[in-house]
Design a protein around this ligand. Structure first.
Ligand code: ADP
Ligand code: MG
Ligand code: ZN
Length: 490
C-alpha cells in the first residue's frame, strides 16, 4: 500500500495599510501605478543619517482593526526592531519591523471548506515598513536596475498563521476571507494587481496521521491568488514525489516562476539570512492603552462572515448566495438597500437578481456596484413590477439590461416600449380562442391524443401577444379552453 501524505501550509500575508502618510515620516502614501518615481520621498524614508522615525498613529489604528477582527490579543506594549540586510531597495540597510514583541498574537479566522467550518489560527499580527521597488531593465547589451522609493516606508501589516491549512481549497478560502476582511475594515484596497497584498506560503507534507511537522519550503513573493494556489500545489506535488522516491526535503526558500509554473531555489537553509535583529534605538516601545483598543473594537463594522450568517437567518438565503453577497461591503449594502426599498419582495428574489443579472453585467462590463447606473431603489422598482405581474420574467430581464445601459427607470422603459404585460384573463382568453380557431388541424390532433401540442399552442399565444402575456394566465386559460373543446367532442 502506498503511503498517503497530508499537506501542511502556513501563510504570511503582507498588506499595505491605507494611511495618508508613511509609517515613520510625513511623506504621502501614493498610488505606485499613477505617480512618477521618487516624488514621495524625504530624508527619513530615504535613509539619510541623523534622521528620526516617528510612529504613524493612523497605521497603528488600522492595524488594531485587523488584529481585533482576527480575534487577536493586543499587547499593551510592543517593540520595533531593526531587521538588517543589504538590498538596493532598502536605503537604510535595515527594515524597521516588529519581531519578538508584535502588536498582537493568538487570533483566529474561520473559513468554509468541503469539511465544513475550519479554524485557521493567527500566530501574530505586526507592523513594519515596506521597501522601495526595483525595476530590472535589460536593453540590448545593457542591464541595469531602477529604484523607486515612493513605496519605501509605506506602512505594512504582516499577518502570520499557524501551520493550520491542509488543502489548496483552505489556502484559497483563507486568502479570500482575509482580503475581504481587509476591505470591509477599509484598511487596504485589495487591489492585488497593484501589489498591496502579497503572500508567502510555507509548505510541508507529512504522512497522514503524523503529528510532527515535516521540513518546510518557503515560497516568496506571490502576488495573486492564482500564483499562490499554483505555487502551493506545485510544492505539495514535488514534496510528495520526493518522499515517495525515498529522498529528503531540504529546508529552503524558493521563488515562483509565473510563466514556467515552477518554483526555483533562492537559498538553502545554510545560506539563510542572519538579520541581526535588535531593538530600534530611535523608537520608544509602542504602548496601546485599553481604552484605545475598546474604542477600535466598538467601531468595527460587521464582518463578512457574520453578515453572511445574518443573511442566512434573517433573509433565508442559501449559505452560498449569502457568502457571495456578504464578501464585499458595497454589494452587501446594495442588497440591503434593495430590501429596504421593497419590503414586499422576497429577499431571496432580490438576491437572485443581483447574483445572476447584476453580477453578469458587472463581469461583462468591468463596472463595480458603485458604478452601475441602476440604484437599489431602481432595481426594487423593477422587481415590484415583475412580482405584481405587470411584466413577465423575460421582459424584466430585458428592461434591466436597458436600465443598466441607459440609467432610466423601469417605469420609463416599460411605458416607452409599451411592455406592460397582459394579465387580464378576458384579453388572454380572447387570444387563446383566436389561436385555437385559426389552427383547427392542430386542435384535432391534440384532441386525438397528441398532448405535446399544448406547448405549441402556448407558444402561438405568446407570439400573438408579442411576448407580453402573463405566462401563468395563458397556461390556465389554454388548459381551460382545451378541456372545453374536449368536453364538446364527447
Ligand atoms: P520565519 O519565516 O520568519 O522563519 P516562522 O517559523 O514563524 O517564520 O514561520 C512562518 C510561517 O511558516 C508560519 O505561517 C508558520 O505557520 C509556517 N510554518 C512553520 N513551520 C511549518 C511547517 N513545517 N510546514 C508548514 N508551514 C510551517
Ligand atoms: Mg517567513
Ligand atoms: Zn518620507
Amino acid at each position: 500500500m502506498t503511503q498517503e501524505y497530508e499537506p501542511v501550509i502556513g501563510l504570511e500575508v503582507h498588506a499595505e495599510l491605507k494611511t495618508r502618510s508613511k509609517m515613520f515620516c510625513g511623506c504621502p502614501v501614493v498610488d505606485s501605478t499613477l505617480s512618477s518615481p521618487n516624488t514621495a520621498v524625504c530624508p527619513v524614508c530615504a535613509g539619510m543619517p541623523g534622521v528620526l522615525p516617528v510612529v504613524n498613529q493612523q497605521a497603528v489604528e488600522l492595524a488594531l482593526r485587523v488584529a481585533l477582527a482576527l480575534d487577536c490579543h493586543v499587547e499593551h506594549t510592543s517593540l520595533f526592531a531593526r531587521k538588517n540586510y543589504f538590498y538596493p531597495d532598502l536605503p537604510k540597510g535595515y527594515q524597521i519591523s516588529q519581531y519578538e514583541h508584535p502588536l498582537a498574537q493568538h487570533g483566529r479566522l474561520s473559513i468554509d471548506t468541503v469539511n465544513g467550518e475550519e479554524v485557521v489560527r493567527i500566530r501574530r499580527v505586526h507592523l513594519e515598513e515596506d521597501t522601495g521597488k526595483l525595476t530590472h531593465v535589460a536593453e540590448d547589451a545593457e542591464r541595469y536596475s531602477l529604484v523607486d522609493l515612493n513605496r519605501a516606508g509605506v506602512p505594512l501589516l504582516e499577518i502570520v498563521t499557524e501551520p493550520d491549512m491542509h488543502s489548496i481549497e483552505a489556502v484559497r478560502a483563507y486568502a479570500t476571507a482575509l482580503r475581504s476582511i481587509l476591505r470591509v475594515l477599509d484598511v487596504n484596497s485589495g487591489d492585488m494587481e497593484k501589489g498591496v497584498i502579497r503572500f508567502e506560503a510555507n509548505v510541508s507534507v507529512r504522512p497522514v496521521g503524523s503529528q510532527t511537522l515535516g521540513t518546510r519550503v518557503e515560497i516568496k513573493n506571490l502576488n495573486s491568488f492564482r500564483a499562490l494556489e499554483r505555487a502551493v500545489a506545485y510544492q505539495i506535488e514535488q514534496q510528495i514525489e520526493r518522499l515517495r522516491r525515498g529522498e529528503q526535503i531540504d529546508q529552503e526558500t524558493v521563488g515562483w516562476d509565473e510563466t514556467k509554473e515552477i518554483t526555483f531555489s533562492q537559498r538553502s537553509k545554510e545560506e539563510a539570512h542572519d538579520y541581526r535583529y535588535f531593538p530600534e534605538p530611535d523608537l520608544p516601545p509602542l504602548v496601546v492603552e485599553r481604552e484605545w483598543i475598546e474604542h477600535v473594537r466598538a467601531n468595527l463594522p460587521e464582518l463578512p462572515r457574520a453578515r453572511q450568517q445574518r443573511f442566512v437567518s434573517q433573509y433565508q438565503l442559501s449559505a452560498l448566495d449569502a457568502g457571495r453577497l456578504a464578501e464585499e461591503k458595497s454589494i452587501a449594502d446594495y442588497f440591503e438597500a434593495c430590501i429596504a426599498a421593497a419590503a414586499d419582495i422576497a429577499p431571496r428574489l432580490i438576491a437572485n437578481w443581483i447574483t445572476d443579472q447584476l453580477f453578469g453585467w458587472m463581469n461583462q462590463t468591468g463596472e463595480d456596484i458603485e458604478q452601475i447606473r441602476v440604484s437599489p431603489q431602481m432595481l426594487a422598482g423593477l422587481l415590484q413590477r415583475y412580482v405584481q405581474g405587470n411584466i413577465n420574467q423575460n421582459t424584466a430581464k430585458m428592461v434591466l439590461e436597458e436600465m443598466l445601459r441607459s440609467g432610466e427607470t423601469a417605469e420609463t422603459i416599460i411605458g416607452k416600449h409599451g411592455l406592460e404585460q397582459i394579465s387580464d384573463s378576458d384579453i388572454v382568453a380572447e387570444l387563446v380562442g383566436q389561436v385555437l380557431r385559426e389552427n383547427p388541424q392542430e386542435l384535432e390532433n391534440y384532441l386525438a391524443g397528441k398532448a405535446t401540442l399544448s406547448n405549441w399552442f402556448f407558444g402561438q399565444v405568446m407570439r400573438l401577444a408579442a411576448g407580453k402575456a402573463n405566462p401563468q394566465v395563458v397556461r390556465q386559460e389554454l388548459e381551460k379552453q382545451l378541456r372545453m373543446a374536449g368536453d364538446k367532442l364527447q
